[in-house]
Design a protein around this ligand. Sequence first.
Ligand code: NAP
Ligand code: HSE
Length: 428
Amino acid sequence: MTSAPVRVAMLGCGTVGTGVLALLADNREAITAKAGRPIAVGPIVVRDLEKERQAIVPRALLTRRFEDALEADVVVEVMGGTTPARGWILQALAAGRPVVTANKDVMADHGVEVAAAARAGGVDVFFEAAVGGGIPIIRSLKESLAGTRVRRIAGILNGTTNYILTRMSEAGTELRQAVAEAQAAGFAEADPRADLDGLDAARKLAILSSIAFSARVLPSDVAVEGIGGLSPHDIRNGQRFGWVCKLLAIAEQAGGGRISLRVHPAFVEGSHPLAAVRDSYNAIYLQGDAIGDAMFYGRGAGSLPTASAVMGDLIEAVRFLGQPARGLQAAEGRPALLPPGESVSRFYLRLQALDRPGVLAQVAAVLGRYDVNIHSVLQTPEGERSAELIVRTHPVRESSITNALTELGRLEAVAGVRACIRLQPDGL
Ligand code: NAP
Ligand code: HSE
């Protein structure tokens, strides 16, 4: 065993990069033993040399020049975004440097290109931190579960929105305040709209689905609805029925060789394990032929949990440095997708309607016309002439519910369709 340190360049030194430095400092002895060699970080490429940073960041190692990073043996990319991260990752791989990245934007949209560059460079690329923060889900899916045919993935894949929904549900916190708290804690993306609009979860779902279904799934394949339209009122209504509101990322076999991919808020039964996933925690609930049900749970965002995944990858990269690459198997065939309108769900609908004879019958007639089977209705008077109608449906096609809601919105007796939230999928 050689004791010469391995030089590790870091691209970015924000929330995750600082966590990597802290973890290395805290666990240096164990990390050295596991990697087989000491790890020396540097150079560290950042955008702003003057910025105030935590004391653990060695200012002398900071640079703005990416080219300096190619002097190192391994490159860790923790800067985020697509440009310049994608180009720098490709250049590092082309120069024969193994790359460890936490970048789901690049891996989700350009994973095939990255895998090809790694093959051409004769090195490996590692991306455990790109999905689920500290949860070891990538390696589990790629290796430990390789023999299982995955039927469904239902994940809480975004720590920021899960934190926000927890605060809204449990403390009645307003959305904007909860977003600010998630940003201060370092969970949110540089542009938090990626979290709120469900795009971050869609990217992670695309990465997981590509591995699970051996196909090249892109974020644009995922039907996405974020949490921006949720109101505290509906979250409270759900609680009255024993439900917890979560942003679910779902990928499932839909018959005929097609897969359904979607990210949307959903009410989950309070007794389901996913309902207990609070704050910035993530969970990936897998259903497969051999394994049955399995849930992977842990901190999905934050400095040290994410650094833990980066460090695991880095240790592996160092252990196998100089040995033939094992090669990232990135499937290139495109999947057959179930059109979003054909996806089947149960729904919670909230309408504001006039409180007068015959209104309920009109609403039921419209729903019936579009094949929407009503499970139950709860009517609550609101003042003298208005009522809140909560309709819960049996499973129905998305296209049917969309058409029914459009027609309901046109009824003179309906002041508005205030909410349409899916319920937990059957069989989950
Ligand atoms: P961050 O706190 O915003 O840090 C980004 C770092 O990258 C900063 O040090 C920044 O430099 C540097 N950087 C950005 N653009 C650059 C450019 N054009 N040239 C040079 N340096 C540049 O981000 P983060 O939260 O650590 O996230 C990093 C990556 O990890 C992202 O891909 C993110 O999606 C992923 N991730 C984050 C978490 C989390 O909980 N935060 C969890 C899992 C995965 P300055 O310091 O000079 O501004
Ligand atoms: N913004 C992301 C989240 C970071 O909140 O889950 C972890 O990928």
